[in-house]
Write a protein of this length. Structure first.
Ligand code: WTA
Length: 674
């Protein structure tokens, strides 16, 4: 186990065991999954057969030939030879019975703007028109990649589903990410089409998005990659609200062009179960972001099953996931899962605390939201800014979800008691971009909740904790270790786009029992998270064991932030650590050593902050930049980020004997703490 994790474990093991909370009877009475025998049916001995049930939740044009193909470990393939279309499953199949039901609600951030309700029939029309435009005007076809860099508006899921209808692979880059981040991802995905929007509202401010597209195209060009077309949606149709010029021949206003495609229909492309639906970038410890490549059949069946069993989504529900669609949570649980089940899903443009911390509860009251899905960081800030706000509104949740990072039991209790009024079941869903859907969570009607613990593996997932020798750490031992999954599952990514070695090395190599084996049992999945397993089979996730910082539920690579800092000429060395923060959970802090001859100044610090924001986006904005004479290093020259983290977080510095230059530590400590 690495130092950082063992440090963390020292703290974590002082935590007491929390008491159970039973799911409310009103919830149990209506739940989708009430039959506890699912755990027996989904036991390891029955793998992979039990996943047929998940596949059967979708409509297939042609049934699969092979449920699970493990001939090339660990490149698992599910539902091989089956034919289907994701957009068909999320839209067309609901039309016969539910075409006039709301598929998506759009809630603009400005509260005086009207909420828009898009029915399944409307969605069908819009997706078809956009698909026709993408196909006929831009010549896009099956297998092409389209990068989407958009804010939270209805045109975003419409664009994604139009791609899915054509079999075009969408690669969505979180709208708040910088032009450079967007460029890097376009280069990596080799996509020559970028879809953006003129601008949008966030925290009461109008933000220009199109100008980032111009910079992104330019930056990609510098990396030798040509982006031919930029499709620009208008936040307010028929008005163009960006300061950036429309580039003749390259940029197209989608809203204008769409007029030519009114009423067009496009037959859903017949796709294989194992074909690619989308790419989703995520941070890894080696810096360069990597794209998890998700399949159509495996991914869609998995998110559908998770939405049904864990989120308890039913067609009559109004479900609101507050995540951004630019992250995997939004992909899976704003777009694909709820739409596959025919529910109504809310797309909210803005910040949860705009104009005040009562906003989410007003939206819930207004739309009759009965399932809420959000993150510990949002819960913390709503609790801080408006602890009494929920009580002022009349809404009723049957279920509430938390995801993205461990939730403190105290925060959990506020969520349960104050937000949920003690009437809603809470699920703490643990998973990752790479997984497609949940790994651990309680099944809400079947297992009690335990604050701070995610729960056991969801049905079908068999988690295990290995120590660094690969030995299983038994339940209730009080010891932490590497959280791994014994079996493959349909939602697991197909691989890392364009980098098969990285896929194997990052997720399997460390715990593989035999690299030559063709048996899936020898290839457990390595999550990269530390966790503990209690006697009752509930997991408590301790956090990342690699160099990834989880800011407000979003993974950022320390290396990526450090390389942004290193782009500043005056900086010689940089180390980024996770500083604890009451609201965000964790915020990056940067330690830099300047080039010889450069005088430390406020200006240098500002340049470093700007560089990071420019390269990665405001989400990575460091809380502080410390200019230090030297960084603590091991004898082999490895930067000891753990020591810097302890200084920033004012915790015990731990063992410093492995340092080559322990004298710098006291210097830095004084600078930061005094
Ligand atoms: C962390 C987000 C504790 C974990 C879906 C994981 C969690 C990383 C939880 C993945 C949870 C996610 N409890 N920690 N319920 N959910 N994590 O790829 O460290 O953005 O590895 O996927 O978030 O982040 P990602």
């Amino acid at each position: 186990m690495n130092d950082e994790l063992s440090e963390q474990l020292k703290i974590e093991t002082h935590w007491q065991e929390e008491e159970y909370y039973q799911p409310p009877a009103s919830f149990v009475a209506q739940a989708n999954l009430l039959d506890g025998s699912i755990y027996e049916r989904f036991c390891l001995e029955n793998f992979p057969e039990y996943y047929k049930e998940f596949g059967q939740m979708l409509d297939w044009e042609k049934p699969w030939d092979v449920l699970f193909d493990s001939s090339n470990p660990p490149f698992w393939r599910w539902f091989v030879g089956g034919r289907l279309n994701a957009a068909y499953n999320c839209i067309d199949r609901h039309l016969a019975e539910n075409k006039n039901k709301t598929a998506l609600y759009f809630v603009p951030e400005p509260e005086d703007e009207r909420i828009e309700a898009v029915t399944y029939q409307d969605l069908f029309v819009r997706v078809n028109e956009v698909a026709a435009l993408l196909r006929d005007h831009f010549g896009l076809k099956k297998g092409d990649r389209v990068t989407i860099h958009m804010p939270m508006v209805i045109d975003l899921p419409v664009t994604m589903l139009a791609c899915a209808r054509l079999g075009v692979i969408h690669s969505m880059v979180y709208g708040g990410f910088s032009a450079q981040a967007c460029a890097d991802r376009m280069v990596d995905a080799d996509s020559s089409v970028l879809v953006t929007m003129d601008g949008y509202w966030r925290d009461g401010k109008w933000l220009d998005q199109k100008e980032k597209a111009d910079q992104a195209v330019e930056a990609a060009d510098k990396e030798g990659h040509r982006v031919n077309k930029v499709l620009v949606w208008q936040r307010y149709p028929a008005q163009y609200k960006s300061a950036s010029q429309i580039v003749e021949g390259r940029d197209v206003i989608v809203n204008d062009l769409l007029r030519q495609y009114r009423g067009s229909q496009v037959a859903p492309e017949s796709m294989l179960g194992e074909d690619t639906l989308f790419l989703m970038y995520t941070s890894g410890s080696t810096g360069k972001p990597k794209a998890a490549q998700h399949s159509i059949g495996g991914y869609l069946s998995y998110v559908t099953a998770m939405s049904k069993y864990i989120l308890d989504i039913q067609p009559k529900d109004v479900y609101w996931c507050m995540a951004d669609i630019g992250w995997i949570t939004g992909h899976s649980f704003i777009v694909y899962g709820p739409l596959s089940l025919g529910a109504s899903s809310v797309v909210y443009e803005g910040s949860p605390t705009c104009p005040d911390a009562g906003r989410p509860w007003r939206i819930s009251e207004r739309l009759g939201v009965n399932i809420l899905h959000t993150s510990p960081t949002a819960i913390r800030s709503l609790r801080k800014l408006g602890p009494d706000e929920p009580a002022k509104y009349n809404y009723n949740y049957k279920l509430m979800v938390t995801v993205g990072e461990p939730i403190e039991p105290e925060v959990w209790r506020w969520y349960y008691n104050t937000v949920g009024n003690g009437q809603a079941a809470v699920v703490d869903t643990y998973w990752q971009t790479e997984n497609g859907g949940f790994l651990c969570s309680t099944v809400p009607a079947l297992k009690p909740m335990k604050p701070g613990s995610t729960g056991p593996g969801v049905p079908g997932i068999h988690p295990v904790i290995y120590d660094d020798e690969g030995k299983e750490v038994p339940a209730g031992s009080g010891r932490g270790g590497n959280l791994c999954i014994k079996n493959p599952w349909p939602g697991i990514m197909l691989g890392i786009w364009g980098d098969p070695d990285r896929y194997v090395n990052t997720y399997y190599a460390r715990v593989c029992k035999n690299p030559n084996s063709k048996d899936w049992r020898d290839w457990p999945y390595f999550t990269g998270d530390g966790a503990m397993l209690a006697k009752d089979g509930y997991f408590r996730v301790l956090g990342r064991i690699d160099d990834v910082i989880n800011v407000a539920g979003h993974r950022l690579g320390t290396k990526e932030i450090e390389s942004a800092a290193l782009k500043v000429m005056q900086v010689a060395e940089a180390a980024v650590i996770a500083a604890h923060d009451d609201i965000k959970g964790v915020i990056p802090e940067v330690y830099v050593v300047l080039q010889p001859g450069v005088t430390p100044s406020k200006e240098v610090k500002t340049v470093v902050v700007d560089a990071i924001v420019k390269e990665i986006g405001p989400i990575a904005r460091p809380r502080e930049v410390w200019i230090v004479p030297d960084l603590p290093k091991t004898r082999s020259g490895k930067i000891m980020r753990r020591v810097l983290a302890s200084i920033s977080n004012r915790s015990d510095l731990g063992d410093l004997t492995s340092l080559a230059n322990s004298e710098v530590v006291e210097n830095i400590r004084k600078m930061v703490q005094d």
